[in-house]
Design a protein around this ligand. Structure first.
Ligand code: NAP
Length: 217
């Protein structure tokens, strides 16, 4: 069994990725905040959980030790550089040959050429300063996390997800280099189809790519 680590394993996306990884025969370790460990009870001893914040370098290093792959949820919570601290820990401390797959939203653009619809523009321009002022969420820090990843020489993929919803699988998401590609017009995917991130671990065509994804139409 190939060992992988899921950083941010207790969130909704993290739990879906855990199900898929176990079903595909991976040995799974994960990092989540101590207060969230109970969310993973149903997995029992099929996974090993390392409680800690996902930007806690000591915890993340220990959890990733010996792993061939690392899946990272870049959560934008708080105003303490949580997403960029998480990305930096994974990039700096993952085993040298590990495949790294990060996930964030569409708004993190690699080359600045993504063109967004009104909803994303409103969230980034209007919602983001308010959320940051309330010290709840720092979307710009996800952008900084993206910049760290893009500058890295490691074998990374940054999966930029569309809006998410619950529900049964619709099949592997479609992908494009830019969020305005017509193939992505739906801007909605099922969380369970974060299977895309697990599949990316063994897809060499996605190395150093930042695909925007959404559910098949
Ligand atoms: N690739 C994609 O498909 C895609 C698409 C859109 C967005 N995203 C990314 O995925 C995330 C949404 O994931 P989700 O749907 O699984 O949502 P979620 O269940 O709310 O989990 C998001 C992550 O944030 C953590 N978190 C929640 N509140 C926190 C807090 N106050 N402080 C620190 N960490 C906190 C969660 O950990 P706990 O379990 O400890 O709460 C979890 O690891 C977003 O951060 C976004 O960047 C990905």
């Amino acid at each position: 069994m190939k060992p992988i680590c899921i950083v941010g394993i207790s969130g909704k996306l993290g739990q879906h990725m855990t199900e898929h990884a176990l079903a595909r025969g991976y040995e799974v370790t994960g990092v989540c905040r101590p207060e969230s460990v109970r969310k993973l009870e149903r997995f029992g001893d099929r996974i090993a959980v390392f409680p800690g914040r996902t930007d806690d370098r000591a915890v993340v290093e220990k959890a990733m030790r010996g792993c061939d792959g690392v899946l990272v949820v870049l959560a934008p919570w708080g105003v303490h550089d949580y997403a960029s601290g998480t990305a930096r820990a994974a990039l700096d401390l993952a085993p040298p040959k590990a495949r790294l797959v990060f996930s964030c939203g569409w708004h993190v653009s690699r080359d600045g050429k993504d063109r967004f619809g009104w909803k994303i523009r409103a969230i980034v321009r209007l919602g983001s300063p308010i959320l940051r002022a309330l010290r709840l969420v720092d979307l710009d820090d996800q952008v900084r996390a993206g910049d760290l990843i893009f500058a890295s020489g490691r074998d990374w993929t940054l999966v930029r997800g569309s809006d998410l919803e619950e529900g049964p699988s619709e099949g592997l998401p479609v992908r494009a280099r830019h969020a305005h590609d017509p193939v992505l017009v739906r801007n909605l995917m099922r969380r369970t189809d974060a299977l895309f991130m697990v599949a990316a671990l063994i897809d060499p065509t996605l190395i150093r790519e930042a695909p925007a994804i959404t559910g098949p139409g």
